[in-house]
Design a protein around this ligand. Structure first.
Ligand code: AR6
Length: 237
């Protein structure tokens, strides 16, 4: 399979009518795809018109997805736009929009820049939910809240811009060191919640999680398949 191609055989089986889960959940799940590929070069079949950049708060470009997006869109144009329109950058958890410049040739209309949190890496502080505590319940660390805000604010911005299909990278899981399974659950939980509250035909119609490797896509597939165990953990506690 080429990078960017949708691997339908690997899609997580979605609940069918009569299986556990509500209609709203099933409808929300049907609006999510997990694919393997470079976010700047996804298959045209996916119809992505908006891509999310895992940026830094200064919006000055960098490595990883940020580097790939700047290279593909045209770094000079993107940097000049962000300097002019977002002179204060993008504080962690917020989202800022730019045109897609050279990526328009690939059907991309908007780039949403969001700065994810840096995972602090502290562990065993003895304080539940202290920064970097991967054993803390989901949603109980400051980084969880900031990462969730990235997804929520990108989706709100996409809605305002009239985006049809938004592709997200795994924000904060590279240079910023956020644990991948934890980040995937936060991403999926917030996208599902957004879709449940905004049923079709509200925009965006769909979200694509663009994973850079099969192993990363497996993390999302596992999180989707096991959502019954972790999505409602807080209310059962
Ligand atoms: N397409 C899709 N996913 C990608 C791509 C790509 N082209 N390239 C990398 N990934 P990262 P962060 C995956 O480091 O952790 C930059 O320097 C990668 O495997 O890009 O939020 C910025 O300027 C990983 O799973 O973003 C910031 O300073 C995920 O994308 C800082 O890094 C995110 O990795 C942001 O760090």
């Amino acid at each position: 399979m080429s990078r960017g191609a949708r691997d339908a055989s690997q899609d997580v089986p979605l609940p069918v009518a009569g299986s556990p889960g509500t209609n709203a959940t099933d409808a929300a799940l049907s609006r999510i795809d997990v694919v393997v590929g470079d976010i700047t070069d996804l298959s045209a079949e996916l119809d992505v018109d908006t891509i999310v950049n895992a940026a830094n708060a200064q919006l000055v470009g960098g490595a990883g997805v940020d580097g790939a997006i700047h290279a593909a869109a045209g770094a000079d144009d993107l940097l000049a736009h962000n300097r002019q329109h977002h002179p204060d950058g993008c504080p962690t958890g917020l989202a800022k929009a730019s045109p897609a410049f050279a990526l328009e040739a690939r059907g991309i209309k908007h780039i949403l820049h969001t700065a994810g949190p840096v995972w602090s890496g502290q562990r065993d502080t003895g304080v539940p939910g202290a920064p970097g505590d991967d054993t803390a319940k989901l949603g109980y660390t400051l980084e969880d809240t900031l990462l969730a805000a990235c997804y929520t604010n990108c989706l709100k911005l996409a809605q305002q811009l009239g985006s049809g299909v938004v592709a997200f990278p795994a924000i904060s899981t590279g240079v910023y060191g956020f644990p991948k399974p934890r980040a995937a659950r936060i991403a999926i939980g917030h996208v599902l919640g957004h879709f449940q509250q905004r049923p079709a035909p509200e925009l965006p119609r769909r979200v694509v999680f663009a994973c850079f490797s099969d192993a990363d896509a497996d993390v999302y597939r596992e999180a989707l398949a096991s959502r019954g165990q972790w999505m409602f953990g807080r209310s059962r506690a």
